[in-house]
Design a protein around this ligand. Sequence first.
Ligand SMILES: [Zn+2]
Length: 467
Amino acid sequence: MIKAFKYTFFLILIFLMGFFLIFNFSPNFKKTVQLKLVNQIDDIASNRISSNPNAKGSVAAEFINIPIEVRKIAPDIMQITGVGNTHVIKTSEGDVMFDTGLSIQAAKQISALSKVYPEVNVSHVILSHSHADHTGGFKFWFKDGMQIITHVEFEEEQRYLKELETYLWNRNRTLFPWMPETPPKLDLLLTGGVKPTLLVDNNAPYKFTKGGMDFEIYALSGAEGSDNLVLWLPQRRILFSGDFFGPLFPQFPNIFTMRGEKIRKPFEYIKSLQKIIDLDPIMIIPSHKEPIDNKFFIDEGLRKILGATQHVHNETIKGMNNGQTVEELMRTVKLPTELSISQEHGKVSWAVKSIWEYYSTWFHFDKTTELYAVPQSDVYTDLLGIIDTVEMQKLIQIYIDRSEFLKALHLIEIVLADNDYQGPVLDFENVVLKELLKQANNTTKNSYEIYWLNHKLTNNQARLEAQ
Ligand SMILES: [Zn+2]
């Protein structure tokens, strides 16, 4: 009996050692296993988003449902679709890749390309910026000897995004509640770790020719971070824009995002956009969604984005010089009708605040308490102890009746600072949040504003159910 057990144990040991050796010394086998695993994780993640009622109708749900397939834009230009598109430009001397999509979709993107173009041989990988939906798939495409081209600021952006991963994950999860509770632990899915071999700065493009095709890479900071670059094919007048324009074209830019990333430089964005206009593209291939090849639409779109951003920038500066407060400017700076443009991604009033704080930083030169570490909310509960809460509720109702929803919300937030509060003010807050949601849906449709308001409504629901 013991002998049989020892024999079985010995066989298992040999099998495990063999598996270990093959896994470690056969890169192809290792890669195949990794891709299978990633494929399964993607299936789970896609189901999680598609079946989550909070995700319904959201941009994220729309993106995760995009079928992964190869779109032939020209005989030598392929776009592998997904949440983040991956691109392969074929030349007689090897291939150039622009962006590498999301890690969990890498297996499906690689498989889709291999069916159409099995002999792919990438010598250069160009990464438009460090966000995970553009660099996540990199490690699956990577081969020794590849030229890895990024903006000179790429590593710094990658560093801070990695160091603040937990903080940013929690913020993103508030807005996108279908995300898993913690960042992935699996090495394969971790963000960061990309080591560029060639850096491009804002002073001059990096140019090379391969198989008769000219490639020009421009560092254009200011859009989705300071490390944005774009690829320009001068012979074709095609621009690979990465995330320069965000998920829609044309739309007002996210000067800097309420999700909580590093400040972006508004004027740098304007200069970068002017550079794109000077290139005069006849086709824009973004790393999200479809290529745009209508020249009139491109020219009109670029003109409007530039005009709208310049207008908001200049009006904010004018207002600052005139002594107007940031809130006054957030209320009054509007886009003229001829520059009216989608605000689903970036919102004009938030851009005003971003520009104001970019130039003026954190001290608004108003309340002395702003200089110190005791917030106003620290006295709210004491205040509630001395005021007549019935009168307070009446005042909230008056503001709501007058459609002064934000004044009502200020009072509501004072009452709700008391975490144990149970009463009608929670219902008042729901009325205001639903009104703000209705306004957002009827006007800008700004996705971040809608995510936030839904998050607050869901929280209130939980608080009401707990009563
Ligand atoms: Zn992106």
